[in-house]
Design a protein around this ligand. Sequence first.
Ligand SMILES: *Cc1c(COP(=O)(O)O)cnc(C)c1O
Length: 373
Amino acid sequence: MNVPFLDVRAAYLDLREEIDAAVLRVLSSGWYLLGPEIESFESEFAAYCGARHCVAVGSGCDALELTLRGLGIGPGDEVIVPSHTFIATWLAVSEVGALPVPVEPDERTHVLDPALVEAAITPRTKAIMPVHLYGHPADTDAIGEIAARHGLHVVGDAAQAHGARVRGKRVGSTGTATAFSFYPGKNLGALGDGGAMVTDDPELAERVRLLRNYGSKVKYQHEVQATNSRLDEVQAAALRVKLPHLDAWTDRRRAVADRYLTELAGLPDLELPHVEPWAEHVWHLFVVRTPRREELRRALTEAGIGSLIHYPVPVHLSRAYADERRPEGSFPLAERAAGEVLSLPMGPHLSDDEVTEVVSAVRTALTRQTSPA
Ligand SMILES: *Cc1c(COP(=O)(O)O)cnc(C)c1O
């Protein structure tokens, strides 16, 4: 049996008739941008997140960048980001001309450790960007308190965490604003690129609306210099079909995670993901840690099971951020994570038999005697 890491086509096949009808409706309407689908999707997604406003844009990366721009963050400003994240979080900060200031993660949950945030704040800090990595939310309550004490914005990166909750509150319902990605492989995926920001602040929403559309609200009247980053009507229509199914898909992810957590417990050299009691994890990824990663990965590949590393190179050691003031060893927790993390197959369409197959392959690999050195 082959178990793919993720089957992005499955969600489409599940809802094929509805998605086809929605896409055809847009195609024959002749209205392809900034029309009724995006307007409806924005209000439906804002309601889902428990936020007042949603502005849909071209990608998750753009949602982060335009939110920072909308807050007036730019050259000379610093923004606190996790040392352990997908590079897009840092890039959004760099794109507006501000400086990303990395802070190490909590080693068990892999998300920003609030206890380490305060020490990274300087007079130039303007915002904190917690990333709800792998679907485990960062502690937005603790981070919100620190931000309030220092007069900072909190811009969440929920690209991997649609629907996750912190003490019952959805990510997206707290902080200054929260950005989402609808990249096809995310928990709520479009048929191409897409993203959105949600906020309770009507002025910030309005500014991002200008920024995504050439700085214009009324055609050919341009209030500010800006870019073009709009979610198109086809994507919005497809996302509207999928959104009502998101919570059921998350439940299925949770059931898969529960089986992995139970059936892989107690194996040698394997650290299973930790979930804080206050967190509702949405399991974008199921990430284990093992010092025997290459061996485990090879065994899984031989058994026909997909696995991936999120992410193999810590952002500060990538060529994009090469900086002699941040040599190897400067963010040891992020570096150690990059050397040990491995993501097992995860998704709402994983069958019980496939989960059994993964469990058995991991058990076999890790209980096998390692060959003597
Ligand atoms: C996917 C992702 C992004 C970027 O989203 P895109 O839609 O691909 O631009 C940002 N941050 C994190 C943590 C992500 O996983």
